[in-house]
Unconditional design. Structure first.
Ligand code: C2E
Ligand code: CA
Ligand code: CA
Ligand code: CA
Length: 278
């Protein structure tokens, strides 16, 4: 029962109150939800600094359970990873994200969409080919797609991951290291990884305005990334003061509730296309 072990280590379970539900029930229900297309995809914009122009969005999966209501993504992603469903879930996210990307690009918008990629999905046989097939199917260039892969997962199997990521990059797809700063990786590794950018974890970002040391750490990460010609995203920006500090530190992109909360993809796109026409 791999899923039972997962429960203890899922961060989300600490605050998510549905303790009476056995995890294999959730696993079973998630499998059904995937088969019956019951997941939803939300989009959250990333704003480029200094002018806050929006040229990319992060795709975030949502699951509303028929009886239990909204299940936190951290919880169902972990269940999917441990229970052999992450390949299907990733393909679902990618397919829906590319469908939306095709709509946006079809309207003449040069935007990108970032999809979260678990190492288990990356390493499944044939994954790179599936990505190329889907890009072809939706007729969008690789340049429109970004994968975010968490630092800790990447470091667990750095050699194999690097090889696969390099293959994806050959088609123009970009790779960003997610939750940067939390995975104990040596900064020196950055030089050797086939990646285009880092996304600084929100735990650092959210302390910036009240903690000088957190601020200095973020500034140092940004400077180092820039030395290595990597782009920097900061996530979890909730106030103007933090945005201003990041602007001064020459951060490239910011994401967070201050800019916009994640919202259903259809709504985000409809608004964007309307704003663009006006
Ligand atoms: P993540 O990739 O680090 O995603 C960022 C999380 O921060 C999202 O949580 C987002 O809703 C939240 N967030 C955005 N702005 C703010 C802010 O200003 N303040 C705060 N406090 N939070 C903010 P969410 O949607 O709950 O997703 C949690 C995690 O689940 C994601 O973390 C990602 O690792 C995973 N996930 C979500 N969708 C997918 C997916 O389709 N595939 C995979 N493999 N993982 C996914
Ligand atoms: Ca992410
Ligand atoms: Ca993150
Ligand atoms: Ca995270």
């Amino acid at each position: 029962r791999a899923c039972d072990d997962a429960a203890a280590s899922v961060e989300g379970f600490a605050f998510w109150e549905a303790p009476s539900v056995p995890l294999d029930t959730l696993h079973h229900d998630l499998r059904a939800a995937l088969a019956e297309n019951q997941l939803a995809l939300h989009l959250q914009p990333l704003a480029a600094l200094p002018d806050r122009v929006i040229r990319s969005y992060e795709a975030l999966a949502r699951w509303t359970h028929p009886r239990l209501g909204d299940i936190p993504p951290d919880v169902f992603i972990e269940i999917a990873e441990r229970g052999g469903l992450i390949g299907d879930l990733t393909r679902w996210s990618l397919n829906v994200a590319l469908r939306h990307l095709a709509t946006l690009r079809g309207a003449g918008l040069e935007v990108r969409i970032a999809v979260n990629l678990s190492v288990e999905a990356l390493q499944a046989p044939g994954f790179v080919e599936q990505v190329l097939d889907l890009l072809h199917l939706w007729r969008v260039p690789g340049q429109g797609l970004v994968f975010e892969i968490t630092e800790s997962a990447l470091m667990r199997d750095i050699v194999r991951c690097s090889h696969l990521l390099a293959q994806l990059r050959q088609s123009g797809v970009r790779i960003v290291i997610d939750d940067f700063g939390t995975g104990y990786s040596s900064l020196a590794y950055l030089r050797r990884l086939p990646v285009d950018g880092i996304k600084i974890d929100r735990s650092f970002v959210q302390d910036m305005a009240r903690d000088r040391r957190a601020c200095r750490i973020v500034e140092t990460m940004i400077d180092l990334a820039h030395e290595l010609e990597l782009k920097v995203v900061a996530e979890g920006i909730e106030d103007e003061a933090t945005l201003e500090l990041l602007r001064e530190a020459h951060c490239d992109l910011v994401q967070g509730y201050l800019i916009a909360r994640p919202a259903p993809a259809e709504d985000v796109i409809e608004r964007r296309l309307r704003a663009d026409k006006a």
